[in-house]
Design a protein around this ligand. Structure first.
Ligand SMILES: [Zn+2]
Ligand SMILES: [Zn+2]
Length: 148
């Protein structure tokens, strides 16, 4: 996810849109037994401003794993917006991301955003009834006799 700012400057423009699709390591996912079900998609706009470059846009990812309540397969989809500053100055604000040699690499920022947005649990559907704590029956599909 590298954007060559030199090319952008050379073209005389100060803004560029971008779109990347990249496979990320499943280790970013903190949920058990889950993996990315498709490449992570990143779309946005890069704007030049002196020693700084502004990157804003959207990250979209989809994780497949198991429902935290009933253990059936489940998919979690998330869209995160970002609005970040990249700086190649030596005394840059610590809030900014670094870049060097005119190359802005978005990968690290995208990784951080994904990790921060990862849920602790996700469900096959919002009203998943889960498993019976006594007999283990999936209460979405059957009614066991335990509660009676
Ligand atoms: Zn479920
Ligand atoms: Zn039961």
């Amino acid at each position: 996810m590298v954007i060559d700012v030199k090319k952008l400057k050379f073209s005389g423009k100060d803004e560029q849109t971008f779109h990347f699709e990249e496979e990320f390591d499943d280790e970013l996912i903190t949920l058990p037994d889950a993996k990315f079900s498709s490449p992570v998609s990143v779309t946005g706009t890069l704007t030049l401003g002196g020693n700084e470059v502004y990157a804003e846009g959207e990250i979209e990812y989809s994780v497949e794993g198991v429902c935290s309540r009933c253990a059936e397969s489940a998919v979690f989809q998330k869209v995160i917006t970002f609005d970040e500053v990249y700086s190649d100055s030596d005394d840059a604000d610590p809030e900014t991301y670094p870049f060097a040699k005119g190359l802005v690499d978005l990968s690290e920022m995208v990784k951080e955003k994904i990790v921060l947005s990862m849920p602790f649990a996700f469900f096959c559907k919002d009203d998943c009834k889960g498993l019976c704590p006594v007999c283990g029956a999936n209460l979405n599909f059957t009614k066991c006799k335990c509660k009676e």
